[in-house]
Design a protein around this ligand. Structure first.
Ligand code: PEP
Ligand code: MN
Length: 280
C-alpha cells in the first residue's frame, strides 16, 4: 500500500494518522461523515425552475438531505447541452433556499469559482478536472466545502494526492466521491470501484461518497450499487433523479424517477442500520 508521506516521518494531511477520527464536514445543519448518511440527489443538470422544484420537493420528501444539479456541464460533445451557467446557479440556490437544503454544483473552471461560491453551499470538482492542479490549488484557498470526484482513470494514490492539494492550501472541508473508473466493460458506463472506497476509508480521515449513477450509467443498477456502497462503508451517495428521465437534457438513462428514488431510500435503510448508520 502507498505510504502517504510528505517525507520520511511526516505524513500527508490526507492520511488517517494526521487527524484522529473521521473528518466531518458541516454545511447548513447537515453533517457529512457522521452517523447519518449524506444523501445527495437531484437532476444531472439544472434544466428549468419547474423540474428543479419538483425534483427537490420529491427527493426531500423521500429523505435526501443535499440537492445536486449542474449549471456548468462537462459534456463529451461540444454540441450537447452545456448547462445554464449563472442562470442555473440562481435557480438551484433559490430552490435550495425554499426547500431548506444545502446545494452542490460543479465548478468546471477556475474563472467561475467566485460566481459558483456565491450560489452554492458545496462545490464539486468533476472527474474530468481531478487532475486540474491549478483549479485544486485555488479551491484550497476558499472557505466552502468541496466534493472531489475521482478521475475516471485515476489511481487511488492520484486521487488522494489531488485531495492533498486542497488540504495543503488550507481548506479542510473536503469530501471524496467515487464515481466509477474506465474499464474494458462496455455494458456499464464505468466500473464502480468499491474496493477503492474501503481502501480510502482505511487510509484517510476524509468522508467518501459513492455516485452509483455515473458509475453504472444504467438506471436499474443504481439502487443495487447504492446498497452495496453503504454496506461497504461509504458515508453517503450522490444519485441523479429526474421527473421525466426520457426527456432529460443529460444522463436520462441513469436517472431514477422520484418514485425510483423513494424505493432506493427504502432499500438502503436496513443496509445502513446493519453497518451502524442511518439513512434519514
Ligand atoms: C456530475 O456529477 O454531473 C458529473 C458530471 O460527474 P462526473 O464528473 O463524475 O462525470
Ligand atoms: Mn450526470
Amino acid at each position: 500500500m502507498a505510504r502517504l508521506q510528505i517525507k520520511e516521518g511526516m505524513d500527508m494531511l490526507v492520511s488517517r494518522s494526521t487527524n484522529n477520527g473521521n473528518t466531518q464536514v458541516r454545511v447548513r445543519g447537515c453533517v457529512i461523515g457522521g452517523e447519518q448518511l449524506a444523501i445527495v440527489a437531484g437532476p444531472c443538470a439544472v434544466e428549468n425552475e419547474e423540474i428543479m422544484k419538483e425534483t427537490a420537493f420529491k427527493v426531500r420528501g423521500s429523505g435526501a438531505n443535499i440537492l445536486r444539479a449542474g449549471a456548468y456541464k462537462p459534456r463529451t460533445s461540444p454540441y450537447s447541452f452545456q448547462g445554464l451557467g449563472e442562470a442555473g446557479l440562481k435557480i438551484l440556490a433559490r430552490i435550495g433556499e425554499e426547500m431548506n437544503m444545502p446545494v452542490i454544483t460543479e465548478v468546471m473552471d477556475a474563472e467561475d469559482i467566485a460566481v459558483v461560491t456565491d450560489y452554492a453551499d458545496i462545490l464539486q470538482v468533476g472527474a474530468r478536472n481531478m487532475h486540474n492542479f491549478s483549479l485544486l490549488k485555488k479551491l484550497g484557498k476558499i472557505n466552502k466545502p468541496i466534493v472531489l470526484k475521482r478521475g475516471m482513470s485515476a489511481t487511488i494514490e492520484e486521487w488522494l494526492l489531488a485531495a492533498e492539494y486542497i488540504l495543503a492550501g488550507g481548506n479542510s472541508q473536503l469530501i471524496l466521491c467515487e464515481r466509477g473508473i474506465r474499464s474494458s466493460e462496455p455494458w456499464t458506463r464505468n466500473t464502480l470501484d468499491l474496493a477503492a472506497v474501503a481502501m480510502v476509508k482505511e487510509m484517510s480521515h476524509l468522508p467518501v461518497l459513492v455516485d452509483p449513477s455515473h458509475a453504472t450509467g444504467v438506471r436499474s443498477l443504481v439502487t443495487p450499487m447504492a446498497r452495496a456502497a453503504i454496506a461497504g462503508g461509504a458515508d453517503g451517495i450522490m444519485v441523479e433523479v429526474h421527473p421525466h428521465p426520457e426527456k432529460a437534457l443529460s444522463d436520462g438513462d441513469q436517472s431514477l424517477t422520484p418514485r425510483g428514488f423513494s424505493q432506493l431510500m427504502k432499500e438502503i435503510e436496513p443496509v445502513a442500520r446493519a453497518v451502524g448508520r442511518r439513512a434519514r
